[in-house]
Design a protein around this ligand. Structure first.
Ligand code: ADP
Ligand code: MG
Length: 266
């Protein structure tokens, strides 16, 4: 190809935002001529590459956009260590159909029982399926909402939140809210109702929600929206962190104790 044509082609590919085709058109032409591929075959191979790359870039963007504190997947979740968790339900939820039905998930249980891990793994799976996901700790979100209200940009944040198909609200109930904070959170949950899926993790039994929200009326309305079409996952076992720490201590103790045969030999 003449230099002028090459320059123009590269310009057009850039203008059309086809970076993979820009990178690949020359080496692919060499491969295709070796394979005796015809023109449509060449174009097909190039466009396939572009599509695949585009999907990969979008998946990376979604994952970054989700703001997971640590990326955790279901592969590293040990169901045997937490038998109270309903594994068949988790496996079903990983398929993501609840998102299309705009249903919510509530993960309830003590600290350290894997709620955040499960919520992240479910969010990760949703990302992989092309869904827009955003992880927040409830405290982060409420702080952000209050700040935005101060700056008079609350509505923009609310609209941004609506664009996510899955909102993860982690750790409801760890910190009580001010009245304004509770109302703003209620607003987010109200807007998400029947529009997006919420995944909420909490260590609180329902009876204690009013205390954290600071209002019986608000709590009633909130529970009403949240629990209409909800899947509840309970994790009631011992804290995984605690168990892990105990295992570590036992191993240490085993190492410092004399080997069991040693006493007999003396
Ligand atoms: P929670 O949110 O319920 O307080 P986390 O999900 O933060 O608990 O779990 C605490 C730590 O223990 C995390 O590092 C998590 O990955 C790990 N963990 C908890 N449960 C399991 C499990 N069943 N299998 C593997 N890791 C687990
Ligand atoms: Mg947690």
């Amino acid at each position: 190809m003449t230099t002028k044509a090459t320059v123009l082609l590269e310009h057009h590919l850039k203008a059309l935002k086809l970076p993979t085709m820009l990178r690949e058109y020359a080496p692919m032409a060499a491969t295709c001529s070796k394979d005796r591929e015809d023109y449509p075959g060449y174009l097909l191979r190039l466009t396939e590459r572009e599509l695949l790359d585009r999907e990969r870039r979008a998946a990376e963007r979604r994952l970054k956009d989700a703001c997971f504190p640590v990326v955790k997947t279901i592969d590293s979740f040990d169901f045997k260590a937490q038998p109270s968790v309903n594994e068949p339900l988790v496996r079903e939820l990983l398929r993501g159909e609840y998102i299309d039905r705009r249903e919510n998930l509530l993960l309830v249980g003590n600290s350290g029982t894997g709620k955040t891990h499960l919520a992240t793994a479910l969010g990760f799976a949703a990302c992989a399926q092309g869904k827009r996901v955003r992880f927040w700790t409830v405290t982060q979100l409420v702080t952000q909402l209050l700040e935005r209200r101060e700056e008079r940009s609350l509505e923009r944040l609310q609209r941004q939140l609506e664009r996510y198909q899955v909102l993860i609200l982690d750790e409801l109930g760890y910190v009580p809210f001010t009245k304004a904070g509770a109302e703003l959170l209620f607003d987010v949950i109200s807007r998400a109702y029947e529009r997006n899926s919420l995944i909420v993790t909490t260590n609180l039994p329902f009876e204690s929600w009013a205390e954290v929200m600071g209002s019986e009326r608000l709590t009633g309305a909130l529970l009403d929206r949240l629990t209409h079409r909800v899947h509840i996952l309970e994790a009631n076992g011992e804290s995984y962190r605690l168990k892990d720490a105990k295992r570590g201590l036992r191993r240490q103790a085993d190492r410092s104790a004399p080997p069991s045969g040693a006493t007999r030999e003396t």
